[in-house]
Design a protein around this ligand. Structure first.
Ligand code: AMP
Length: 222
């Protein structure tokens, strides 16, 4: 099952992606995580990306497309994948379609997490990332548990989660990424999900959709 996770920053894509990976065996491909890993390792790509990310801007399409192309070619995606944070522009979406067509592959569903702007700002300002593992938490809604084995001193606020940058990222989402909803609606693979409320409730809504897709696919295969 190949999925795209769409939604504004702070909608909870990364957190829900962890659960989907666990239960459906798909690999998460997060362009944000990949870029942050490049920045940590101080690669050429990381140095280019850092200036865009820290200002809350999108990294140019050609940089992202090259990075994701390699990932889809060389990583183990036999059991399917969940694209988290990609595509983010119409240019990226059309390029992805071409890349998939060349590999005789396709996207089964686009999950769109819907959360009101006010709530997003609240969520992003409380988000903290473990600088050792890169795992994301929320001080109020999703604090680390003992099982996470995280030291509170290792939790830091992402540079791009500071309020001014957050507002910029949300505006860019509206202008650049939101048009993708119509793009995928026309292809009849878009599913809107209410992203408010408890994490477990949001996940149950996602599961209902994923299970129905699984069923339809199996019926088709039979
Ligand atoms: P995320 O962790 O998905 O919120 O991504 C963090 C930042 O990485 C974004 O604000 C962008 O600057 C950059 N980024 C991640 N994915 C993309 C993408 N598909 N296209 C352009 N920039 C991206």
């Amino acid at each position: 099952m190949n999925l795209i996770f769409l939604g504004p920053p702070g909608a909870g894509k990364g957190t829900q992606a962890q659960r989907i990976m666990r239960d459906y065996g798909v690999s998460q491909i997060s362009t944000g995580d990949m870029l942050r890993s490049h920045i940590r390792q101080d690669t050429d790509l990381g140095r280019i990306a850092a200036q865009y990310i820290n200002d809350g801007n999108l990294v140019p399409d050609e940089v992202i497309v090259e990075m994701i192309n390699k990932e889809l070619k060389y990583s183990d995606t036999d059991t399917g994948y969940l694209l988290d944070g990609f595509p983010r522009t119409l240019g990226q979406a059309t390029t992805l379609d071409k890349m998939l067509a060349e590999q005789d592959d396709y996207i089964d569903a686009v999950l769109i997490l819907d959360v009101p702007t006010q709530e997003l700002v609240k969520r992003l300002s409380g988000r903290r990332v473990c600088q050792k593992t890169g795992k994301s938490f929320h001080l109020e809604y999703n604090p680390p548990t003992e099982a996470d084995g995280v030291n509170m001193e290792d939790l830091i606020q992402r540079e791009d989660d500071k309020e001014e940058t957050v507002l910029r990222r949300l505006k860019i989402y509206d202008n650049e990424t939101k048009p993708l909803i119509d793009y995928y609606k026309k292809k009849k693979i878009a599913f809107k999900i209410d992203g408010t409320g408890k994490l477990v409730d949001v996940y149950n809504r996602i599961k209902t959709i994923l299970n129905s897709i699984h069923k339809t696919k199996n019926l088709k295969a039979n």
